[in-house]
Design a protein around this ligand. Structure first.
Ligand code: FES
Length: 199
């Protein structure tokens, strides 16, 4: 009798708790990976798109996928991107990283060339002000980006397509969030005119 009672209790617990524990357990595992990725992508509403692309549902043929070029500093943002990858955070896979030693070496020509060769958006990202390993490289980058934002409209490129951010080495989540938000914003804007004018 005791066994039956015990087994019933166990069965009852299983029957009632399993859905809870069953949901909680994967959820808990997912908090480190999936949930973080969902948080990142849910803010922009691009999560479903990413999941579709990485999952079984193929993208519709007429869906615009922006090409993002990101010039990232070796010491900070590239490390953050690496951290995002090892932490399995989700961010758009159409981001092309260009690792540079410092944002101060990102010449204005690099950015213009990226746009002329098909980029829909360009991101320059490096160490926070005061943290540059070459003292003032990021200040130089900030001045160049400001100048570029004045020039780009003459090429028919909206200034929103160029962004400068500071993402530290330990900010993997910030990196994934920034990329996801930027990609979603550019997706709403549509293809860059320079890309459309390419023959
Ligand atoms: S070393 Fe990172 S911006 Fe200069």
């Amino acid at each position: 009798m005791q066994k039956d009672v015990l087994s019933n209790e166990v069965m009852d617990k299983d029957n009632t708790d399993n859905p809870v524990t069953g949901n909680q357990a994967p959820g808990n595992y997912g908090t480190g990976k999936q949930a973080t990725g969902n948080q990142v992508s849910a803010k922009d509403g691009t999560g479903s798109h990413i999941m579709d692309k990485n999952g079984t549902q193929p993208a519709a043929p007429d869906v615009f996928e922006p090409v993002l070029i990101a010039f990232v500093c070796n010491w900070c943002t590239y490390t953050a991107a690496d951290l995002a990858g090892t932490s399995r955070l989700v961010y758009p896979d159409n981001v092309r990283l260009v690792r540079v030693m410092c944002t101060g070496m990102v010449d204005t020509q690099y950015v213009i060339k990226a746009f002329l060769e098909g980029a829909d958006a360009v991101l320059v990202s490096g160490c926070h002000p005061g943290d540059c390993h070459y003292l003032n490289g990021n200040y130089k980058a900030r001045r160049r980006i400001k100048l570029l934002k004045q020039i780009l409209p003459r090429f028919g490129i909206a200034t929103q397509r160029l962004r400068l951010t500071w993402i530290g080495a330990s900010d993997g989540i910030q990196f994934a969030r920034t990329m996801t938000e930027f990609a979603a914003e550019i997706k709403k804007m549509g293809p860059c005119q320079t890309r459309l004018q390419q023959v």
